[in-house]
Design a protein around this ligand. Structure first.
Ligand SMILES: *Cc1c(COP(=O)(O)O)cnc(C)c1O
Length: 368
């Protein structure tokens, strides 16, 4: 069957009807890559799988939520949407609004968003407003506007966002044929960890998920697999859930998770506690290290925030907190594409060698 986006594929699990005008860029259906080079390099028994969400149409997982949020906004007759964004939400909202033919307004923290994301919002013709403040302040403003005016809020406090995003868990189960043991994921506003947990819980109970139609051998394996432990990681300089209180001036180079007061704080804690997982933090140095490993060992270029998931696993492994990993499967959500933030990449890596345009000089550098 030709793939037509996640609403079409998973409509039995989503709040849509035949009348819902589905606004889609054929998002979802992203690769789940086995990462054997990383397994070897890290000397781990884990079977590592990378859920590459940077392969979505605008380059981040936000598209999963946005196809739902914009479709429902149009169904409900809205002609304008608004969001606060560290970048990727605005890129996605702007693209889906363009496709729907509705207006989009985005508030971004001035100077704190990666250039690639800003260029997307601008090209898709959103009204971009840079506020002299942080994400949390921008979110407070757009929440108030959406309460007072007929403008639909498409941040992840919009429940349709979570509905769309939960389909990533469905895809993981469909692909593996079983439920992973661990799920590592970056945490910013905490919508995504909330969505994955909801998705896992719903899908294993569903009578029509692929799990239950598996061959008997696989079905037996399913009986052994309970829900995954949800392992969420914030950046150390913006780790309100870990600290147990909001961070007034969040700091991290991983701008997508530079959030001091997550909207889905309670739900993230519930995912952690119900699954027996953790929400912890990693330093910017640990993030950049994992960011380089993913690109150099697996050919997967992500943005820094995405690498917090792998950085978290490495930290836990090194401190001896991950035991009994033999034959266990760990999935890592890689939330966004590396090309969003090329400046960061170039700052993290040795500069190219510059040489005269001469055969011999080039050969010398190659080492022939
Ligand atoms: C939005 C985003 C996050 C954080 O997701 P939350 O749902 O806010 O926790 C992480 N990485 C990237 C690339 C993002 O765009």
């Amino acid at each position: 069957m030709i793939y037509k986006g996640l609403v079409e594929r998973y409509k039995a699990y989503l709040p849509v009807t035949d009348k819902t005008p589905v606004i889609t860029l054929y998002e979802g259906n992203t690769p789940l890559l086995r990462a054997k080079n990383l397994e070897k390099h890290l000397k781990t028994d884990f079977k590592i799988f990378l859920k590459c969400e940077g392969f979505n149409p605008t380059g981040s997982f936000k598209d999963r939520g946005m196809t739902m949020a914009i479709s429902k906004a149009v169904e409900e007759g809205s002609d304008t949407v608004i969001c606060a964004s560290t970048g990727n939400t605005s890129a996605s909202a702007a693209a889906y609004s363009a496709r729907a033919g509705i207006k989009c307004i985005v508030l971004i923290p001035e100077g704190s968003i990666a250039l690639g994301k800003l260029s997307q919002a601008m090209m898709h013709n959103a009204k971009v407003i840079a506020v002299r403040g942080n994400f949390d302040e921008a979110l407070t403003i757009v929440r108030e506007i959406s309460q007072k005016y007929p403008i639909t809020l498409v941040n992840s406090v919009n429940p349709y966002r979570i509905e769309g995003q939960k389909t990533a868990s469905f895809e993981i189960i469909d692909f593996l044929g079983y439920v992973p043991d661990y799920h590592f994921i970056p945490v910013g506003n905490a919508g995504n960890i909330t969505a994955y947990w909801k998705g896992y819980k719903e899908y294993i109970q569903s009578p029509i998920s692929n799990l239950k139609s598996l061959a008997p051998a696989d079905a037996a394996r399913r009986v052994n697999s309970s829900l995954p432990k949800m392992m969420g990681f914030q950046a150390k300089g913006s780790a309100p859930i870990v600290n147990g209180k909001p961070v007034k001036h969040p700091k991290t180079l991983a701008t997508a998770i530079k959030i001091g007061n997550p909207a889905s704080w309670k739900q993230a804690e519930a995912a952690r506690d119900e699954s027996g997982g953790v929400i912890d933090c990693v330093t910017d140095t640990e993030i950049v290290n994992a960011y380089k490993l993913l690109a150099s060992l697996e050919g997967v270029f992500v943005e820094p925030a995405s690498a917090a998931s792998l950085a978290g696993m490495i930290k836990y492994k090194q401190s001896g907190k991950l035991t009994n990993t033999k034959n266990k499967t760990a999935v890592f959500t890689l939330t966004g594409h590396g090309l969003k933030d090329p400046d960061r990449a170039i700052k993290s890596i040795k500069k190219p060698v510059v040489v005269a345009a001469e055969f011999k000089k080039v050969l010398k550098i190659i080492g022939c």
